[in-house]
Design a protein around this ligand. Structure first.
Ligand SMILES: [Mg+2]
Length: 212
């Protein structure tokens, strides 16, 4: 099911009477960060004189929903890419740029109030709220803190917590295990094909977030 607007909790509960938990992907679902990831990436290119073989639009498509270390495997072949860089160096540089960009803009630009309201409603109704992201722990924690929403989530499952990553269902199965909920009690919100595949593999209800 595609959601073009953030749903009200009352509507979700009416449709899913067993609902006990909401699991959120972070980038592109909870936070409207995908375009800032692209900007952060393009800034690396500018700062280091890398010449991308694609337009910014194509590059955006390349980045959406894709883990940074996989992006590294593609872009390390681009002209001007620092040959001494490891995936670690690349990811650090991109995360540094991303946090710098987000610090310079108002919160509503990357976290709409309607999303915060859903979190508040879910918390007041004692639903479990989990975050399941392919981003790394350090940047995830910083983004949640910048959004002022860290305390809504338990657990927070990041790339660093998982031996297998989306589209593998492992991260979502881990969230089910940690929260003790059955799949039919959970709605997962995801925006990317990779994330949807992972979510479906867990057996929980899945909704595609196209609200940003
Ligand atoms: Mg996403």
């Amino acid at each position: 099911m595609n959601l073009t607007t953030v749903p009200q909790l009352s509507v979700l509960k009416a449709g899913y009477p067993d609902l006990k938990a909401l699991f959120f992907d972070m980038d592109g679902t909870l936070l409207d960060t995908e375009k800032y990831h692209t900007q952060a990436f393009l800034k690396i290119g500018k700062d280091y004189g890398i010449i991308p073989p694609h337009s910014p639009e194509v590059i955006h498509g390349l980045l959406v929903g894709r883990a940074d270390h996989l992006v590294f495997e593609v872009v390390k072949h681009w002209k001007g890419f620092p040959t001494e860089w490891t995936a670690r160096d690349f990811v650090n540089e991109k995360n540094k740029n991303l946090l710098g960009i987000l610090k310079s803009i108002p919160r509503e630009k990357f976290l709409p109030e309607i999303v915060v309201q859903l979190l508040k409603d879910a918390k007041s109704e004692k639903l479990t709220i989990a975050l399941v992201t392919s981003s790394e722990k350090v940047v995830t924690e910083e983004l949640l803190r910048m959004g002022g929403i860290r305390d809504f989530f338990n657990p927070v499952i990041t790339r660093d917590d998982c031996p297998a990553h989306k589209p593998d269902p492992w991260p979502y199965k881990k969230a089910l295990e940690l929260t003790g909920h059955s799949p039919h009690e959970v709605i997962i919100f995801e925006d990317s094909d990779v994330g949807i595949t992972a979510a479906m593999g867990s057996g929980a209800h899945v909704m595609r977030a196209v609200w940003h």
